[in-house]
Design a protein around this ligand. Structure first.
Ligand SMILES: *[C@@H]1O[C@H](CO)[C@@H](O)[C@H](O)[C@H]1NC(C)=O
Length: 117
């Protein structure tokens, strides 16, 4: 009886509390084209992520961007998340934007940072 309860509890915890929140982004509007899901692990909270290397194909190419419910994100037009120019960064909350053209941010994101609520 106890072990059955424990297994259930563990299963519940691993699927919710221990699951990393993630961001999801795509090269086309409406979450289509080439897409990528990127978990925000504890060590990545508030860390600037550049769209370079393994995700370089998304640089200046993202048309849909959506954080999970428990994340705040900020997107930047330049690499390294610079906050020196107000017009070069924007806050994005859940559910994000299926069409970044609606906010004038299509194909311009080069870096982003996310942190949990
Ligand atoms: C995106 O989805 C919306 C809502 O379903 C639709 O009206 C629009 O035509 C779609 N846009 C494209 C480019 O597929």
């Amino acid at each position: 009886m106890f072990s059955k309860f424990f297994v259930l509890l563990l299963a519940t915890l691993t699927s919710s509390a221990f699951a990393d929140p993630a961001v999801f982004y795509c090269t086309d509007v409406n979450w289509s084209g080439n897409c990528h899901q990127s978990p925000i692990t504890v060590d990545q909270e508030g860390v600037c992520r550049n769209l370079k290397d393994d995700v370089a194909r998304f640089n200046d190419a993202i048309s849909s961007f959506g954080p999970d419910e428990d994340l705040h994100c900020t997107v930047f037009k330049d690499f390294d998340c610079p906050t020196n120019n107000l017009y070069n960064y924007a806050a994005i909350e859940y559910p994000g934007y299926a069409d970044l053209r609606t906010i004038g941010w299509n194909d311009v994101i080069s870096s982003y940072t996310c942190y949990p609520y």
